[in-house]
Design a protein around this ligand. Structure first.
Ligand code: CU
Length: 501
């Protein structure tokens, strides 16, 4: 018998942005309900002073990031989306496997919701894990239309403290338009201590010690693609306005970290602590991996755990390299930390155990003569990523820009393998809608423990290979670079389910 006591999630509007988001256990009533209903209303929004930016963008329900959405796995979800942005808009549910007409891609899965209009999104959030949502229209997500979406798995153990951290960067819109036109002269960001030369100088991977060092899949390098940023935030505030996270000795902490930046890969360190990574893009790793620093491409998520073993005060920071004047950081401390000076993480990644796909996936070099393919894929495609030539504002797949890039036709039940080749000098965070794929190879390393993901960096000058079953609901599923400049400049195609003849 179906229960009728729907839960109306209360979403406070117009309040100050949270600088971090603690997650108490869901209430029994919320967890027992069959349906979680929310209202998301998008409007122009003046960013508060804590962001460090003089910026008018957009917000869901008067806050950036938008409200944290949370369901227990198995619950249904309904979002009434109300659009007052001033132009068309849609909501994309990133990392969800859902009916195609709920996927929120304008002109592909739905007509854009006109200004003043509404749309009802309704689906059963799947699979469990850390997902997120954002506008899929133009530059609206860069202006503030994004938020986190947790699909909680009741079978997973809870940490003592669970926290969602959203790294986001406030763009200078003039530079965005210049970047889209290929005329920006803004400098590129370089992660500190990671240069191509420096990477080669790292010791060779040694599985015995659990230290993988820097493999070729670590991936540099240049990022930003000409965007200037006004500020760099965590959960809606820039350091030192970020609120501290106050913990007790003995507590186990689970950070769920999302990179919602328009263009920047983030490198995150917590002073005095290693981080145990258990999930990539919300999906469990075959085996957790312990690192000194996270590398998070645009749109990626990692679940990272640590324990508080002593009193103290530690800075969690995304290292900004050449743009290091502004800190994207927050304090994590115990209550009695006044007696302890704030520990700041090393400002270089040189020598750090960095999260890489090769480390997490137990990568081994592809031996000469290894077959090109890793299984019984019956659909195989190679996509060549290109573009970025000065003066030619196009980012391409097989030399073409959306909607002219070659599409990938699949039939339900196909086993699909996609190889990416990236001869450009920028990493590309490639994202597939409506599927969880396995990342099985990166730049000549075969991952013996493939990573389940919805977005993966294809390293500059390197390659990546995915495989997945075509067993999602039928439809047109976008496949694109999540660097906003690259996406808007054409680096997008689709995986289309076609009927068996
Ligand atoms: Cu790209």
């Amino acid at each position: 018998m179906r229960r009728r006591d729907f839960l109306q999630t209360t979403l406070a509007a117009g309040t100050a942005a949270l600088s971090w988001t603690l997650l108490p256990p869901m209430s029994a009533r919320a967890a027992d309900s069959d349906l979680v209903e929310v209202t998301l209303e998008a409007r122009p929004y003046r960013y508060p002073r804590v962001t460090g930016a003089n910026f008018t963008g957009l917000a869901y329900n008067g806050q950036v990031p938008g409200p944290l959405l949370r369901v227990r796995y198995g619950q249904s979800f309904r979002a009434r989306f109300i659009n007052h942005t001033g132009s068309g808009s849609t909501v994309h549910w990133h990392g969800m496997i859902l009916p195609n007409d709920m996927d929120g891609v304008p002109y592909v899965t739905q007509a854009p919701v006109p200004n003043g209009g509404e749309f009802l999104y309704s689906f059963k959030p799947d699979p469990p894990g850390f997902r997120w949502y954002h506008s899929h229209v133009g530059d609206q997500d860069a202006r503030g239309l994004f938020g986190a979406f947790l699909v909680e798995d009741p079978r997973e153990p809870r940490a003592d403290v669970e926290v969602v951290l959203i790294l986001h960067d406030v763009p200078d819109l003039h530079s965005l338009h210049a970047a889209l036109a290929g005329t920006s002269d803004a400098p590129m960001y370089l992660p500190p201590g990671l240069t191509a030369t420096g990477m080669r100088a790292q010791p060779a991977p040694s599985r015995m010690s659990g230290m993988s060092g820097m493999s070729s899949s670590a991936g540099p390098m240049r990022m930003g693609d000409g965007l200037k940023y006004l500020s760099h935030c965590i959960n809606g505030a820039a350091y030192p306005q970020t609120r501290p996270l106050i913990l007790k000795v003995g507590q186990t902490v689970r950070l769920r970290v999302l990179n919602a930046s328009p263009t920047l890969t983030h490198y995150v360190r917590l002073a005095g602590h290693e981080l145990r990574v258990t999930h990539s893009d919300g999906n469990p790793l075959v085996r957790p991996v312990t690192v000194d620093a996270l590398r998070i491409g645009v749109a990626e998520r990692y679940d990272a755990w640590f324990e508080v073993t002593r009193p103290g005060a530690w800075l969690l920071e995304s290292l900004m390299g050449a743009h290091g004047g502004r800190r994207q950081a927050m304090v994590i401390r115990t209550a009695d930390a006044a007696a302890h000076p704030l520990q700041v993480p090393p400002q270089s990644l040189a020598g750090a155990r960095l999260f890489t796909y090769g480390l997490a996936g137990d990568g081994v070099p592809l031996a000469a003569g290894t077959p090109e393919s890793f299984g019984a894929a019956n659909v195989r495609r190679t996509l060549l990523l290109g573009g970025g030539t000065p003066g030619h504002p196009h980012w391409t797949i097989d030399g073409k820009v959306w909607p002219n890039a070659p599409r990938i036709d699949v039939r339900h039940g196909d086993r699909v393998e996609i190889a990416f080749e990236n001869p450009t000098d920028m990493d590309h965070p490639m994202h597939l809608h409506g599927h969880i794929f396995e990342l099985i190879e990166v730049s000549g390393e075969r991952l013996r423990r493939p990573l389940a993901k919805d977005t993966s960096l294809v390293p500059a000058g390197g390659t990546a290979r995915w495989r997945f079953w075509a067993d999602s609901p039928p439809g047109r599923w976008m496949l694109h670079c999540h660097n906003l400049v690259h996406q808007m400049d054409g680096m997008m195609t689709e995986v289309d389910y076609v009927h068996r003849a």
